[in-house]
Design a protein around this ligand. Sequence first.
Ligand SMILES: [Zn+2]
Ligand SMILES: [Zn+2]
Length: 268
Amino acid sequence: MFPIDHDLHCHTFVSGCSLDPEQNPAAILAFAKAHGYTAMCTTDHLWDPAAPGVFTCYKRQTMELQKSILPLPREDGVRFEFGCETEWRGIVDGAPLLGLAPEHYGEFGFIIVPPNHFHFRPFVRPDDCDTPEKVAELLVTRLEELQSVPLPWEKVGIAHMNCGLIFKEGRPSDVFDAIDEDRYRAAMRFFAEKGAGIELNCSSFGNPDFAEHPESHFRLFRMAKDEGCRFYLGSDAHHPAELMDVPNRAPAIVEALGLTSKHLYRLP
Ligand SMILES: [Zn+2]
Ligand SMILES: [Zn+2]
């Protein structure tokens, strides 16, 4: 069985899209304990001031703000890890633009890289990238470009591959259907070989597009599974009630994908 015993993608009140005082480390840890989790991880949004360039909505998401929730509370039986969800803009003018500077990799126990925050235009997605085919091409290119970043891959998670933010003006499933299989599989093989985790984002599986076109969404994870990837669960909760997305949605997803304990990613 693939254990529903962890949530490695969760925001606290320091994320600008949360700001909910009830979404605090003590409450998150209490939820994890109550649900029998063995691992929980905070992953607030981060654009490290030591990384080049910044975008308006990331200006407040500094290292200093991120670390203001430390030290995290402790509870027997639950590993509570301090992580981050940074940003990936690909290679621009020859330079990899990741929102986390190498000198700060060691500050985090887990680093989530979202390859598809394509609602940030033109910061992450160029304005002329405006059809499902072009967006699919951009996603695969970003996955390929990411491989040139010397990340500590064993503690890296590739976030929400089937996130609706990838194409808000249309159907995300049209993008997933248009993804080049060979290139996507090669990228997944790289992540598998490096020991990175692939996220099953339980918020993304609540998107109506998933209910209408489940196989288009599952396609991304079936290919990853074939290539030897390991997976972890994440609620992407910004408020306490959203933490329930993991216990509510993960069992059906895990079953549909045929995942067992051998497909499980664990924090190093
Ligand atoms: Zn995200
Ligand atoms: Zn998130």
